[in-house]
Each structure stands twice: as structure tokens, then as C-alpha cells.
Design a protein around this ligand. Structure first.
Ligand code: DGP
Length: 125
């Protein structure tokens, strides 16, 4: 079910549990500001999720409340994950769903990295 991105942060969401080590994930990268892991239901040959370590519901929440250090750290982590996986030359796609119309399902900000094939049009037609 898509979530309402205007609701307060819910500490029991799946990605919060992954961050606390209560649920496993296939970690790709971790630093002070971000954790990257493989999506459980990949939509491309390579499908990685990058999440901030802080408690933010969505891109909207993060861009409004996130500290400058957290925002810079997170953006750099996303770029680094792509670079370290050799994705810059072939190309990749970033996606962050926010709220109901985008079908955001997990209420902790996550940026999808899709790669490994021609990704086609930006939106399903
Ligand atoms: P979105 O629709 O943008 O909220 O995408 C949520 C993504 O999270 C979706 O591609 C599947 C992934 N996902 C959901 N639960 C888990 C989980 O427990 N582990 C991992 N690795 N990914 C998950």
C-alpha cells in the first residue's frame, strides 16, 4: 500500500529495522550518513536502495528537515555507490518516490539506483 508522506516518521518501518540491525539486508555500502543495500524485489539487473541513517519519511521530509551535513553526506553516498559499481559509463537511473501517487511503500527515504540494462522510458505508458 502506498504511504501518506505527510505522516510523522514511524520508527517501526522496515528500513528503520534494517538500520537497527533487526532485519538482514545485503549491504553494498555504509558510512556515517547512508546505508546502501540490494532491493529485495529487483526491477533491473542491478537495483540498489540508498537510505539516509537519519529518520526521514521521504525526500520532502529530508530536504526540509535534514542537516546540511546529512544532505551532503547522503548525496555523496549515492554518487559513490554508483561510481564504485561501475555505473557511470553505462549509465543508471535514480528514483525517489514520495507519497501516494508515486507508490512509495516504505516510509523511510530511499533512493533507488537502477542499472545493468537499457532502462526504457522514464514512466510506464
Ligand atoms: P518504494 O515503492 O519506492 O517505496 O520502494 C520500496 C522498495 O523497497 C521496493 O522496491 C521493495 C523494497 N523492499 C521492501 N521491503 C524490503 C526489505 O525488507 N528488504 C529489502 N532489501 N528491500 C525491501
Amino acid at each position: 500500500m502506498p504511504i501518506d508522506a505527510t505522516l510523522p516518521y514511524d520508527d517501526s518501518n522496515i528500513f528503520a529495522r534494517i538500520l537497527r540491525g533487526e532485519l538482514p539486508s545485503k549491504t553494498v555500502y555504509e558510512d556515517e550518513f547512508a546505508l546502501a543495500f540490494h532491493d529485495i524485489n529487483p526491477q533491473a539487473p542491478l537495483h540498489i536502495l540508498v537510505i539516509p541513517k537519519g529518520a526521514y519519511v521521504s525526500w520532502d521530509d529530508f530536504s526540509e528537515r535534514g542537516g546540511d551535513d546529512e544532505i551532503a553526506g547522503f548525496v555523496r553516498a549515492v554518487g559513490r555507490v554508483a561510481r564504485e559499481n561501475g555505473l557511470v559509463a553505462p549509465g543508471y537511473r535514480l528514483l525517489a518516490n514520495v507519497g501516494f501517487d508515486s507508490h512509495q511503500e516504505v516510509p523511510h527515504l530511499h533512493v533507488h539506483i537502477f542499472a545493468g540494462q537499457q532502462l526504457g522510458p522514464m514512466l510506464a505508458r
